[in-house]
Design a protein around this ligand. Structure first.
Ligand code: ADP
Ligand code: MG
Length: 323
């Protein structure tokens, strides 16, 4: 198969056709028409085989996740996804890999009406870089830098399931089949909180998506907003499965494990009534408060300070092939 046939067979066959795409795949560049009065939110994420995923990972899952992590970044800005680019290096043109990869990716693309508008393809070690573009009305984007003293801190959904699945995979804990199925689903097929992020425009002061663990990502908000915070362990939402194994796995799994792709955001007291009206299916859970004193203070169920051993994921803080 030639590169041209590959593009025609796999990437041009998608089920999203947006009116704001004047020219998509096929020309030298895509021609895109952003709506008047909106800013473009642009993000990209690179997934490298052996670093971010195991070489034998299910390609359907990988297609979903590669797009999902980008949509999650758009969600954290309060942006509405519109377009994405796919840059791919492949060891060989293997349609038994490409077909499920594209199905996983396009299924999610359809769900959020986001169109693949171009990219590049080359032979090389397996790596996937997706760049996603979304719209947000001028001045309405949710920034990491907007948190203010007195804001309540919230997270969407539940935290820790993906990290629990990873700990099982690396042999740190051993989960029975049913529990494993639940948490592997959260690791492999995260739901980007796109609708929730858009609904938080004009309500949240700041937001971030939790990819490296709550502590690391909340810390980005604190640093960029020049504030501190206090959170309560017993307020952090975890799934029944996670609760059943929290003693064995430890709270650091939830606090620093990463791969949650939930949103963490802060809301001033005057907007809490508006927030409570939203009632998303995934839930919004209040976990703490922004304070003027720098640093993050974690209290356990008894109100005593809790000292985490890990703080989050940093690819350069360890041997590259450890992650
Ligand atoms: P060029 O020589 O300009 O790089 P290509 O032959 O690489 O052009 O690509 C031809 C068309 O196919 C372009 O519109 C490009 O955006 C698209 N394309 C190439 N690779 C991909 C990909 N992995 N996903 C989506 N579109 C792609
Ligand atoms: Mg090219």
């Amino acid at each position: 198969m030639t590169e041209f046939e590959l593009i025609r067979t796999f990437f041009a066959r998608q089920n999203v056709a947006r009116v704001d795409v004047a020219a998509g795949i096929g020309d030298d560049a895509a021609l895109l028409q952003p709506p008047a009065g909106q800013q473009l939110a642009v993000t990209s994420d690179l997934l490298v085989s052996g670093i971010h995923f195991l070489p034998d990972v299910d390609p359907f899952t990988l297609g979903h996740k590669a797009l999902a992590v980008n949509l999650s970044d758009l969600a954290a800005m309060g942006a509405e996804p519109a377009w994405f680019m796919l840059n791919l290096t492949l060891p060989k043109l293997d349609d038994r890999w490409l077909d499920p990869f594209c199905r996983g990716m396009f299924q999610l693309a359809k769900e959020y009406d986001v169109q693949l508008v171009g990219g590049d393809t080359s032979r090389g070690p397996l790596a996937i870089a997706i760049e996603a573009h979304g719209f947000v009305p001028v001045g309405k984007a949710l920034r990491r830098s907007g948190a203010k003293t007195g804001d309540a801190i919230y997270v969407t959904g539940t935290l820790g399931d993906a990290a629990l699945a990873l700990r099982h995979r690396f042999g740190a804990i051993c989960l029975p089949e049913q529990a494993l199925g639940v948490v592997v689903e959260r690791l492999d097929r995260p739901t980007p909180r796109v609708h929730e992020g858009m609904a938080l425009r004009g309500i949240a002061h700041s937001a971030i998506d939790i990819s490296d663990g709550l502590l690391a990502d909340l810390d980005h908000i604190l640093e960029m907003s020049h504030v501190g915070a206090q959170i309560r362990l017993d307020k952090i939402p975890i799934s029944p499965t996670c609760r059943a194994y929290i003693r064995e796995a430890g709270w650091d799994t939830v606090l620093a494990g990463g791969d949650d792709y939930e949103l963490c955001f802060t809301v001033p007291e005057r907007n809490i009534a508006a927030l409570e009206k939203l009632q998303p299916a995934c839930g919004f859970h209040r976990i703490g408060i922004i304070e003027s004193e720098p640093g993050l203070r974690i209290l356990d169920e008894a109100g005593k300070p809790y000292q985490p051993r890990e703080t989050g994921h940093d690819h350069f803080a360890e041997k590259m092939n450890d992650s």
